[in-house]
Design a protein around this ligand. Structure first.
Ligand code: ADP
Ligand code: MG
Length: 623
């Protein structure tokens, strides 16, 4: 039977666009081929600076990167930070107005106006220009398909007036607003966290000029904002300024005080600083380089990452103070947080990631580009709102299970085959030997029970675990598979915060036939695998029991009667033999059970000691 393809005629685009209307940068994304993607026209990438320049000759406005290039030469006609003025009366934004170089006034309707060339513009009108630009830019990437239905994001703390102003801006831009969504909620959607049944999420958003932290709870796919905190004037710009300080210090002798305050000079210095800062996010050192052709002056200096970190440490600490405040407002402790999501270009700074990781005691999500994640989430929301099904479209499944090798060559599977992506699974691991200061991780793929029968994907090591008895270290390992199927494995030791991660493409180099073969072989070998796996697990368990028995026996030997002692010694001897490559699961089970039986009196004695200590008020550690 053949099928006839029907072309449904509809002038409305089947797409809806998500727009992150940012203070510094804006960006659009749509849902395509089952996932959200940023829309960049051919050859252009990156986000669009939220800047509008009004040329003196009255020619076409310059918006975005082009607009920003005029900020130095014509500050009073190059508008930025408009988002800060949205939906707020003049009286409320005095501090903001003191920081911008363009004149403003208040209209009779109480709405603020920005004045350029004797013309007045409301923040809504200016935001409409930016929205228009971002929308156009996106449409060009979509072969001029025009999705006029949009989802726009705003900070979680925006009040009704600020949200309404954002809606008005969209209307002026000719867009149909499906919904205004909170930025942190969008970030969670991009990570698929709405799939979790319940939990608490912190979204840490450090952008260009603002810092916002939000605590959200998820219940049945619905997000609720529990608290927000932050700093309306703290962001990447301050990191840049710290480096500009180095340039100013270095040029003290070459330029006059006046020249060092010149807006043109400062803008050029900020650009050099930002370039150097970006490089320091990946390199241990970078060049801070600036040429002032007009004065024949050159500044050049190498900045190491640790120098940069010393400069920005107080700023990063302020963000952590805000995190503390947001948690306490939500009546939560760091340990109550299940996921931490990083948003904003400035979270690319390694020190920022480290500070957040150490405060919350967990590895934050950084798998998606932090400056794209809000727009991506807005596209997810837009897609859902126009009736797109997420389950069928977005979520691919993982064809083969992913796991880690454990002691004895067995596998602990973290992500099961057929799990939908994106997905995250965290599991706790510990050390096997006393004073073990590193753990080797072996990431494997497949359905069989033993490592030797699976496909090896990657090996990596977590170092820096402090020496402690076996089983005491707490290492959290997270497997995150993103929408592209890329697997990121991260491991973190809780007491020191030592952490490491690797990325692997699990499906690269695997053909469909090979996947099928691996699946078939797991079925064929199911029974035999089960026995081998059981034996391996028993060997591990016996080993752990023996170590524990030997250790407990130390102090209490004299309190046990001879018969019991002999019984235990015999069971221990049998366990030592079993350890050396036992594969007979039945026999191993017997050895294990015998060891458990023989040590019952020992366990009772220890319990007794513990109980006595408790009664006499001694602490357990002293027993
Ligand atoms: P906003 O949400 O405030 O509009 P973004 O999230 O786009 O802004 O963040 C912009 C900031 O991120 C800028 O200060 C920029 O310098 C910074 N940034 C972007 N990439 C990097 C990087 N690789 N390393 C450090 N900072 C970066
Ligand atoms: Mg932002």
């Amino acid at each position: 039977m053949g099928y006839i393809e029907l072309n449904v005629l509809n002038n409305q685009s089947s797409l809806a666009m998500g727009i992150d209307l940012g203070t510094t940068n804006s960006l659009a994304a749509v849902w395509k081929d089952g996932r959200p993607v940023i829309v960049h026209p051919e050859g252009k990438s990156g986000s669009i600076p939220s800047v509008i320049h009004f040329p003196t000759d009255g020619s076409q406005l310059k918006i975005g990167r082009e607009g920003r290039d005029h900020a130095a030469a014509a500050p009073e006609r190059t508008l930025f930070s408009v988002k800060r003025l949205m939906g707020r009366p003049e009286a409320d934004v005095q501090d903001e107005l003191a920081r911008v170089p363009f004149p403003t006034s208040e209209g009779e309707d109480g709405v603020l106006r920005v004045n350029v060339d004797g013309r007045e513009f409301t923040p809504q009108e200016l935001s409409a220009l930016i929205l228009n630009r971002v929308h156009d830019h996106g449409c060009r990437a979509l072969n001029d398909e025009k999705p006029d239905r949009v989802v726009i994001t705003v900070p979680a703390y925006f009040d009704d007036a600020q949200r309404q102003a954002t809606r008005d801006a969209a209307r002026l831009a000719g867009l149909d607003v499906l919904r205004i969504v909170n930025e942190p909620t969008a970030a969670c959607l991009a990570y698929g966290l709405d799939q979790e049944k319940s939990g608490n999420v912190v979204v840490y958003d450090l952008g260009g000029g603002t810092f916002d932290v939000s605590v959200l709870s998820i219940a049945d796919g619905v997000f609720k904002v529990l608290s927000t905190a932050g700093d309306t004037h703290l962001g990447g710009d301050d990191f840049d300024n710290a480096l500009v300080g180095l340039i100013i210090d270095g040029l003290q002798g070459d330029l006059t005080e006046e020249e060092l305050k010149d807006p043109g000079f400062l803008t050029a210095a900020r650009l050099s600083a930002e370039r150097c800062k970006h490089a320091l996010s990946t390199d241990p050192q970078a060049e801070l380089h600036m040429v002032l052709a007009s004065r024949g002056v050159t500044f050049h200096r190498t900045v190491t990452r640790s120098e940069f970190e010393d400069l920005v440490r107080p700023l990063v600490e302020r963000t952590i103070d805000s995190c503390r405040r947001a948690l306490s407002d939500a009546n939560l402790e760091p340990g109550d947080i299940d996921e931490v999501v990083m948003v904003g270009g400035s979270t690319r700074v390694p020190m920022v990631q480290a500070a957040v990781e150490s405060f919350f005691g967990r590895i934050p999500h950084t798998e998606l580009n932090p400056d794209e994640v809000v727009a991506l989430g807005a596209a997810v929301q837009a897609h859902i709102l126009i009736g797109g099904s997420r389950d069928m479209l977005l979520l691919d499944v993982i064809p083969l299970s992913l796991g880690l090798e454990t002691v004895g060559g067995a596998i602990s599977k973290l992500v099961m085959r057929n799990s939908t992506i994106p997905c995250s699974v965290t599991e706790g691991f510990t050390t096997y030997a006393d004073n073990q200061t590193g753990i080797d991780f072996h990431v494997v793929q497949g359905e069989r029970e033993m490592v030797s029968d699976c496909r090896s994907l990657a090996k990596f090591q977590l170092k820096g675990i402090p020496p402690m008895p076996a089983g005491m270290a707490r290492v959290a390992v997270r497997f995150h598979v993103d929408a592209d199927g890329l697997l990121t494995v991260s491991a973190r030791e809780e007491s020191t915060g030592a952490s490491t991660r690797v990325e692997v493409e699990p499906m690269s180099g695997l053909s469909d036939e090979e996947v099928e073969r691996m699946l078939l072989s797991s079925v064929e070998h199911a029974e035999e695998d089960f026995a081998v796996r059981r034996a391996a697990d028993l060997v591990t368990e016996i080993g752990t029991m023996r170590t524990a028995t030997e250790r407990s026996l130390e102090g209490v030997r004299e309190h046990l009667d001879r018969e019991t002692l002999e019984d235990i010694e015999a069971a221990l001897a049998a366990s030592r033999e079993a350890d050396t490559g036992g594969t007979d699961a039945e026999r191993l089970q017997a050895v294990r059970d015998e060891l458990e039986r023989a040590t019952l009196p020992l366990a009772a004695l220890l319990m007794d000691d513990v109980a006595k200590a408790a009664l006499s008020g001694k602490r357990l550690e002293d027993v």
